[in-house]
Design a protein around this ligand. Structure first.
Ligand code: DC
Length: 231
């Protein structure tokens, strides 16, 4: 199936890809689809049902049963999209620290990834979307014509995360954040299933030392150039 008007944006944690994707979607009038919510939704459902996520078989069976959907925000409370599990709004529930602590484990289960890939393809078929994740250009929509891989050094990403965390008044050090980012990078890029890496035909952009506006400008130019070449 040829996905209609999909832009794939992948990259490591805290690279700024969600902010970038949201701005690009707004400029183009596209839907912003952050696929991290799918793994968060399965994690939430598993925690509710089993109180833990260690049983891979049961978590996988659950992920194959539930229907996850996204749609334009129905409530004006700062959300970028609605997230629904079997029709129930879980947009904020999937952002709790309880889900944060368990989602990496769930997203490494092969059966869960297969189920989520199917659901992402169902949603992506609607077209006119900027789809953000870790494996969108490589696994979920390898046929997407426009792919961006947004990178930044671990130090730059740690600086950004540290600034956010400080603003929220949480107590942690820059060094702690940096070492957790490096640990996550190592896990994400070496996992057997859908490791984090740029697709061969992706534009790789490094955002070190650039403002988000500069990155958006760079990407808009690339996409315009691309569509001229394609068309
Ligand atoms: O981007 P995020 O923090 O909301 O992502 C939640 C988790 O899901 C995180 O552990 C990375 C994982 N993820 C993934 O493996 N593949 C995707 N396409 C999107 C997210």
């Amino acid at each position: 199936m040829q996905p209609a008007n999909l832009i794939a944006i992948d990259g490591p944690a805290a690279s700024g890809k969600s902010t970038l994707a949201e701005k690009i979607a707004r400029k183009l009038g596209y839907f912003f689809f952050d696929t991290g919510v799918m793994y968060r939704a399965v994690t939430l459902a598993a925690l509710k049902q089993f109180n833990q996520v260690d049983d891979e078989r049961n978590v996988t069976l659950l992920s194959e049963k539930i229907q996850i959907d996204v749609q334009s925000p129905s409530v004006d409370d700062g959300r970028l999209m609605d997230v629904l599990v079997d029709g129930k709004d879980v947009t904020w529930e999937i952002r709790t620290p309880y889900v944060d602590r368990n989602v990496s484990k769930v997203s490494a289960y092969t059966g869960v990834r297969n189920a989520m890939t199917d659901q992402q393809r169902r949603i992506g078929a609607r077209g006119n979307m900027v789809v953000v994740g870790r494996d969108i250009g490589t696994v979920v929509f390898p046929e997407a014509k426009q792919k961006i891989y947004l990178d930044a050094s671990p130090e730059e990403r740690a600086r950004r995360r540290f600034a956010e965390v400080q603003q929220r008044g949480e107590k942690t050090t820059y060094e702690e954040i940096l070492s957790s980012i490096k640990r996550r990078d190592a896990i994400d890029s070496t996992r057997a299933m859908a490791p984090l890496k740029p697709a061969e035909d992706a534009f790789v952009i490094n955002s070190d030392g650039k403002t988000i506006e500069q990155v958006v400008e760079e990407v808009v130019q690339l996409l315009t150039q691309e569509s001229k070449n394609v068309g």
